[in-house]
Design a protein around this ligand. Structure first.
Ligand SMILES: [Zn+2]
Length: 221
């Protein structure tokens, strides 16, 4: 497959993932988000500063160090390249990254509360552990980017982080899987907040993760 073919396919997948987030109702009122997908080397596809109504040809190609190689970025988007590239650099297996202000996940980010893994969809969607909180720093600043790098170092298997006083960052093998993780995390955050009114959410019993892994393996075999 040619590089151009792969880039087109990733762009189509990214746009489909963005649409799926609106369809699932997990976006903030503003519709603010940014999505990226890894290309080859140190290049990535990135949404240009808006997501609603985005088309594949609107995506920009940028380098990890912030150079715009193809297309155009709104100036606000230049700030967020480092937030994405720090994850791609730390996690060679990550193929796509999505940042949203999903309201219930953002409530945890604003409260500086890690989000526990206490729902079946979250357990199954690649985040079988709590979503940690990255200390606040201005968006795209060295403080913020270093905070993300530090969390990735401390938590080598986390597939998401809450950005304190800001929102949610999730990453996965591709755009579709990452969008599903965003939805699972937002649902979990909603369920935690709802459960707090009726006595509080309760952990899975010991061995739940192993039981789910075994069930997934049975279906796959
Ligand atoms: Zn944001």
């Amino acid at each position: 497959m040619s590089d151009a073919y792969i880039a087109k396919k990733r762009a189509d997948q990214l746009v489909a993932a963005a649409e799926s987030l609106f369809a699932a109702g997990v976006m903030a009122h503003s519709g603010h988000a940014n999505l990226s997908a890894r290309l080859d080397g140190d290049r990535l596809l990135l949404t240009p500063g808006y997501v609603r109504g985005i088309r594949p040809e609107d995506l920009a190609v940028v380098s990890f160090d912030g150079q715009v190689l193809e297309g155009e970025l709104q100036s606000v988007s230049a700030e967020i390249i480092a937030m994405h590239s720090v994850v791609y650099r730390a996690r060679p297996d990550v193929g796509a990254i999505i940042h949203t202000h999903s309201p219930s996940a953002t409530a945890f980010a604003v409260a500086h509360r890690p989000l526990p893994c206490r729902t079946e969809p979250m357990l199954r969607s690649g985040q079988a552990e709590e979503v940690p909180v990255v200390p606040w720093g201005p968006r795209g600043s060295d403080v913020s980017v270093r905070g993300i790098a530090e969390i990735l170092r401390q938590r080598p298997t986390t597939a998401a982080a809450l950005l304190a006083n800001h929102g949610l960052l999730a990453f996965g093998p591709d755009s579709a899987a990452t969008a599903r993780l965003i939805v699972a995390i937002e649902e979990s955050a909603e369920a935690e907040i709802a459960a707090a009114a009726i006595g509080g959410a309760v952990d899975f019993p010991p061995g739940a993760q192993e039981a789910v892994r075994a069930a997934i393996a049975r279906v796959a075999s």
